[in-house]
Design a protein around this ligand. Sequence first.
Ligand SMILES: [Zn+2]
Length: 171
Amino acid sequence: MRPREALRFAFVRPNNALFSAFYREAILSPTLFYDMNKKIRKSEAEWKAVLSPEQYRILREKGTERAFSGVLYDHKGDGTYVCAACGQPLFASLAKYDSGCGWPSFYQPEDGDAIETQEDLSGGRVRTEVLCSRCGSHLGHVFADGPNPTGLRYCINSAALDFADNASQTA
Ligand SMILES: [Zn+2]
């Protein structure tokens, strides 16, 4: 068999074990390849297994931690704040500022694609909810009372974040 024929044979032969597994996976999960690159979808049971009860309440049930209670509220350091659920980079430490509100506050996300926003009408107020674009977890809210240059305050639960230190990453 010539090499080109062998290649074609490998792709069309339905009982090729590797190809069958690949094909079955693609049929069972049409979004598999899209998900690997972008979205992370887990069942709520899976999230419960990997998050602490407090993280689960906030990230997956849109909860809010008590003001001034989070370990990252007053946290300083050179690095990146990432989603506690999926690890996506969300806010650079340079964009963190002391708003005095009791939650970690940022004036802009590291990358606009990293977060999504939607209207939140809960609690008899109109607010803008902030979610992680990769895993859909609730992070906090964004308000229009922030500092320059954006005038925005991303008010984010500490429990929704992990901190990746630049110093430890390069060490
Ligand atoms: Zn996430």
